[in-house]
Design a protein around this ligand. Structure first.
Ligand code: L34
Length: 284
C-alpha cells in the first residue's frame, strides 16, 4: 500500500473548503494566514508557494510577505509584531531556515502563541509535552493522519523515529507515545541503526539524508513514513528511504514527493482554522 499524501491532503482540504461558508456566516470573514519568506532559497520558495496555493484551494485568505535576505533581525521582528497585532490575521508563519545572522529562536518566540500555526513556540511545545491542548506542529500531525489512514492499530506497536529534530523527530515521537506505541528515538549516533529499525512496526525516517533507510532495515509489513525532502544531484526530490527497495518489504509506505510534504501543508490549513476559531470565540 502506498499512502498518498497528495490524495489524502486533497480530501482533507475539500472538507475544510466545505466549512468556509459556515465560518464566514458565523464570524463575518474567513481565516487568514500570513507567511513571511526571507531570502531566495528555492526550496523555501517552493514550499511557501504551496502554502499560499493551499489557502486558495481551501478558500482562506493569505498574506505573503517577502523580505530580502539582508533584512535585519529587528526589521523581521517588527513585521512579526505588526502581524501579531493585526486583528484580521489568524496565523503567522516564518518559513525556516532563516539567513545566517538571524536568531531563529528569537523569531519563533516573537510570534504570538495564539497565531503560532507551526506549533513551534515554546509555549506550544511545553503544552504538547504536558498533555495540554495546543497547536500541533504540522509535519508530525500530518504523519499521524497518514498512519491513521493505513488503519493499523498503533496501540502497543513498536515505533522507531529516526531523527531528533525539534520540528519533526521529537514531536512525532510524543504523538506516537500518546497513541500508546512503544517509541524509540534513533539518530546519527545510534549503534546498529539497521537492527533498531528492523524492530519497528512503524518506522518514521526524519534524517534529511537521501536513502539512509534501505530495504534490509525494514521489518516486513511495517508502516514506513518518509519525511525526507532531499534534492538529489539529478535535480529530483528523494526521501530518506530507498523507495524502490522499501516498497517491496513495507506493508505501507509514503512516497516522496507526494507524501508527507503535502500533508504538512494541509495540516497548516487545519491549524490556521483552529487558531481562527479560537481567536474569534475568545475575542468575540
Ligand atoms: N516555519 N518552516 C516553517 N514551517 C514549516 O512547516 C516548514 N517546513 C519544513 C521547512 N521549513 C519550514 C515545510 O513547510 C519542510 N516543509 C515542507 C513543506 C512542503 C513540502 C515539503 C517540505 C512539499 O510540499 N513537498 C512536495 C514537493 C515540493 C517541491 O517539489 O518542491 C512533496 O511532494 O513532498
Amino acid at each position: 500500500m502506498i499512502i498518498s499524501g497528495t490524495e489524502l491532503s486533497a480530501r482533507l482540504k475539500a472538507e475544510m473548503a466545505a466549512q468556509m461558508p459556515q465560518l464566514e456566516k458565523e464570524y463575518g470573514r474567513v481565516p487568514c494566514l500570513a507567511v513571511i519568506l526571507v531570502g531566495e532559497n528555492p526550496a523555501s520558495q517552493s514550499y511557501v508557494k504551496g502554502k499560499i496555493k493551499a489557502c486558495e484551494v481551501v478558500g482562506m485568505t493569505s498574506l505573503l510577505i517577502t523580505m530580502d535576505a539582508s533584512v535585519s533581525e529587528a526589521e523581521l521582528l517588527a513585521k512579526i509584531a505588526e502581524l501579531n497585532a493585526a486583528p484580521d490575521v489568524d496565523g503567522v508563519l516564518v518559513q525556516l531556515p532563516l539567513p545566517a545572522g538571524i536568531d531563529e529562536s528569537k523569531v519563533i518566540d516573537a510570534i504570538s502563541v495564539e497565531k503560532d500555526v507551526d506549533g513551534f513556540h515554546p509555549s506550544n511545545v511545553a503544552k504538547l509535552w504536558l498533555n495540554e491542548p495546543c497547536i500541533l506542529p504540522c509535519t508530525p500531525k500530518g504523519i499521524m493522519k497518514m498512519i491513521e489512514e493505513t488503519g493499523i492499530q498503533v496501540k502497543g506497536k513498536k515505533a522507531v523515529v529516526v531523527g531528533r529534530s525539534n520540528i519533526v523527530g521529537k514531536p512525532v515521537a510524543k504523538l506516537l507515545l500518546d497513541a500508546n506505541a512503544t517509541v524509540t528515538i534513533a539518530h546519527s549516533r545510534t549503534e546498529d541503526l539497521a537492527a533498531v529499525c528492523r524492530e519497528a512496526d512503524i518506522l518514521v525516517a526524519a534524517v534529511g539524508k537521501e536513502a539512509v533507510i534501505t530495504a534490509d532495515m525494514i521489518k516486513p509489513g511495517a508502516v514506513v513514513i518518509d519525511v525526507g525532502v532531499n534534492r538529489g544531484a539529478d535535480g529530483k526530490l528523494h526521501g530518506d528511504v530507498d523507495f524502490a527497495g522499501a516498497v517491496e518489504v513495507a506493508g505501507a509506505i509514503t512516497p516522496v514527493p507526494g507524501g508527507v510534504g503535502p500533508m504538512t501543508i494541509c495540516m497548516l490549513m487545519s491549524n490556521t482554522i483552529e487558531c481562527f476559531k479560537k481567536r474569534m470565540t475568545v475575542n468575540g
